[in-house]
Ligand binder design. Structure first.
Ligand SMILES: *Cc1c(COP(=O)(O)O)cnc(C)c1O
Length: 226
């Protein structure tokens, strides 16, 4: 254990304390290590985390080339279909599946893969945010069905709150997503990040995805790795 490992372990405990204070029990913490060096992944692993979340395909390939790893890599970023092939050897869960074309490519290049369907944020007016990542709420059941039909294992749904309005603005999205997870009988409800994890816990998240609160401000990542 390095001093850095200790610092990350302390921050993880602080995140767990926040979850407990918000009334959460049994909430999984996925450390989000995008744009941090691999030491961040090791620190999370040494602190007891079984998986890390990453967003950029080139970065994943560069960072984890020396597989096998003792921890799992979840790809939680927006994913172009032409990047699936290079990710398949490393990634064990695709956490932001939002369209049929991606489902089809995953079925081909990563048969049977574990996936979460990403739900587009709901703005305060109750409409899905236009032009944002994710599948509109009303279209989610059909996408889940399409993914299941081609053999993907849909474990749940994931969402990111709207860009504007702060943590409370995420509540409408989180509530709608939680209700849909329950209605569809899925296990995983991945919602809540460093800034809004309390709201997510109050609305029944099963997994928060935490970057900044564990590792600090993200360094700028060169465009070559995105
Ligand atoms: C970067 C990212 C996170 C972590 O965000 P923080 O605010 O740093 O905790 C969570 N989820 C997704 C999809 C992300 O891209």
């Amino acid at each position: 254990m390095t001093a850095y490992d200790d610092a990350v372990a302390d921050r993880l405990q602080a995140v767990r304390d926040r979850i407990a204070r918000a009334g959460g029990s049994d909430v999984d913490v996925l450390p989000v290590t995008k744009s941090f060096p691999i030491e961040a992944c090791w620190a999370a692993y040494h602190a007891g985390c079984a998986a890390v979340g990453e967003n950029y395909a080139q970065e994943v390939v560069a960072k984890f080339a020396a597989a096998p790893l003792p921890f799992a890599v979840h790809f939680i970023g927006q994913l172009q279909t032409n990047k699936v092939k290079m990710l398949a050897p490393v990634v064990s869960l695709y956490g932001a599946v939002d369209r049929v074309a991606l489902v089809q490519e995953l079925a081909k290049r990563a048969p049977g893969a574990r996936v979460l369907v990403q739900v587009a944020a709901v703005a305060a007016e109750g409409e899905s945010e236009v032009g944002k990542a994710g599948c509109a709420l009303v279209d989610v059941p059909a996408l889940v069905e399409a993914a299941t039909a081609v053999g993907l294992r849909v474990e749940g749904l994931m969402a990111v709150g709207p860009t504007r309005g702060g943590p409370q603005a995420a509540r409408a999205t989180f509530r709608a997503v939680r209700a849909l997870v329950s209605r569809l009988g899925l296990a995983t409800c991945s919602m809540g990040m460093s800034e809004d994890l309390e709201v997510a816990v109050e609305e029944g998240t099963t997994q928060v995805r935490i970057g900044t609160a564990l590792f600090g401000e993200r360094p700028h990542l060169g465009s070559a790795l995105r």
